[in-house]
Design a protein around this ligand. Structure first.
Ligand SMILES: NC(=O)c1ccc[n+]([C@@H]2O[C@H](COP(=O)([O-])OP(=O)(O)OC[C@H]3O[C@@H](n4cnc5c(N)ncnc54)[C@H](O)[C@@H]3O)[C@@H](O)[C@H]2O)c1
Length: 450
């Protein structure tokens, strides 16, 4: 099938590359010309494990192309996925102006019927507005448009695998023809008829993805409801961690036992600095606003948001209690990305924490395996180290802000010997308190006994 992708960020690029990988002919565009330039010259504008190989193969085999020309994109696809950003407005609502802009381009450039698919995360009822916009902007051409919602559940860091091996594919449609088109797009994924770039030589046995056809509003609601639930789960675990800390219990033991209950499950129960990234914080906010606008008092979501905001303050207190005076202290920060295996620093708690420490006069030397270039754009005035060992040299405290696996495996004797004071403040509960004490560190984390 001929597919077009508008927006080649994390979601658009993974969607385009994976749909090309499974056999479709895909053309992608982005309003940011530098991204298209990078892609055309064989580079990737984002770090995502495994994506480079998928993009390179699909390009070589002629199924994946990039273009700066919106007209070409609209002509190229029978189905057009909208994967643009939906960032928060100052009031917390989702900014849908990029979606509106894309709708105008599609409606004015289309010369044949199109299926326009929302893959960006949008509030319920956006599909209706999108349909109306396409009809209004395209009224002179008389071309018909169908709209579908296909929320994306991939996680940065494991996005290729998540896209090709999803547990469910949700499609919200307005008619049977759109349902058939969506099924055709996803047939290779549903039937696992592709050469898997993640698992060699063969994918592990497992249940096929569940194919869920819903109304457009339900599909939109499913995405916001899922992300808000995950955010609440993290905030819940963080509150239990605070309680565990007061009562001398160990949050690691508590959530492990909780997670073994299949009604609860182990994911998203890690206590720490709280959630960040381009999805949970903004989707939670947008969901709160949607509920308010709809006259529903969903105040438990506001609590989850409030708890998350307070995590940085809670951790800052730990730093202050350990260092006494923060001003003038040399602090090593390991981890800048909002989570491991990505270079994404959008709404990363590490960034807020560093800003607070720097504003109090601490000297920060930070290191992240992948996110340093992106961090430099938002934190230009701190020092960046070449490695974790370089970061900790002469530091009076080491803060772990992102749980990259490579930080778990550091040579801790070497780290201790090069620090001015062997103090670790672990905001992600990455390390074992007992092991760190055995290495001779003072060690602080969340919700675990000293
Ligand atoms: N990142 C994730 O893990 C993830 C997961 C699921 C869903 N989502 C949702 O998917 C959407 C995209 O997220 P992302 O992380 O890929 O964002 P992103 O910022 O990485 O990518 C969005 C891209 O859209 C481009 N763009 C903006 N306006 C445009 C326009 N008018 N025409 C063409 N291109 C335009 C931007 O230049 C950017 O490259 C958001 O709604 C997000 O909530 C993200």
């Amino acid at each position: 099938m001929r597919v077009s992708i508008v927006g080649t960020g994390y979601v658009g690029l993974v969607t385009g590359a994976c749909l090309a990988e499974v056999g479709h002919h895909v053309v992608c565009t982005d309003s940011d010309e530098s991204k298209i330039q990078t892609l055309e010259s064989g580079g990737l504008p984002i770090y995502e494990p495994g994506l480079d190989g998928v993009v390179a193969r699909a390009r070589k085999e002629g199924r994946l192309k990039f273009s700066r020309n919106p007209k070409e994109i609209v002509e190229a696809g029978d189905a057009i996925f909208i994967c643009v950003g939906t960032p928060p407005l100052p009031n917390g609502d989702a900014d849908l102006s990029a979606i509106d802009h894309v709708a105008r381009t599609i409606a004015t450039e289309a010369r044949s019927p199109k299926l326009v698919i929302e893959k960006s995360t949008v509030p319920a009822q956006t599909g209706q507005e999108l349909k109306r916009a396409l009809t209004v902007y395209g009224r002179k051409s008389g071309i018909s448009f169908s709209v579908a919602s296909n929320p994306e559940f991939l996680r940065e860091g494991t996005a290729v695998s998540d896209f090709l091996h999803p547990d469910r594919i949700v499609v919200g449609v307005e008619n049977e023809a759109s349902e058939r088109q969506m099924k055709e797009i996803y047939a290779p994924v549903l039937e696992r008829k592709f050469h898997c770039p993640v698992h060699a030589p063969a994918c592990p046995e497992g249940p096929a993805p569940t194919w869920l056809v819903t109304t457009i509003s339900s599909a939109e609601l499913i995405k916001h409801a899922s992300n808000s639930f995950l955010a609440m789960k993290i905030s819940y675990a963080n509150m239990v961690a605070d309680l565990a800390e007061r009562l001398g219990a160990d949050i690691g033991e508590v959530v492990r036992a909780m997670g073994l209950d299949p009604r609860i499950g182990p994911a998203f129960l890690n206590a720490g600095l709280g959630f960040g990234g381009f999805c949970l914080p903004k989707d939670l906010q947008a969901f709160v606003h949607l509920a308010e606008r709809s006259g529903v008092d969903f105040s438990m979501l506001k609590e989850a948001e409030k708890i998350n905001h307070k995590r940085i303050g809670r951790f800052y207190e730990k730093i202050k209690n350990s260092l006494w005076v923060v001003k003038g202290k040399q602090i090593a920060v390991l981890g800048l990305a909002f989570k491991p295996n990505t270079d994404d620093v959008r709404f990363a708690p590490s960034i807020d924490l560093i800003e607070q420490l720097a504003s109090e006069g601490a000297h920060i030397r930070a290191y992240d395996p992948e996110a340093m270039d992106r961090a430099r754009a938002v934190l230009p005035n701190i020092d960046y180290a070449k490695s974790a060992y370089d970061a900790v040299k002469d530091a009076e405290a080491l803060v772990i802000a992102t749980e990259w696996d490579e930080f778990r495996k550091l040579d801790w004797d070497r780290v201790r010997n090069s620090m001015a004071r062997p103090l670790i403040l672990d905001a992600r509960n990455l390390l074992s308190p007992r092991a760190m004490k055995a290495f001779g560190f003072e060690y602080q984390s969340f919700g675990r006994p000293d």
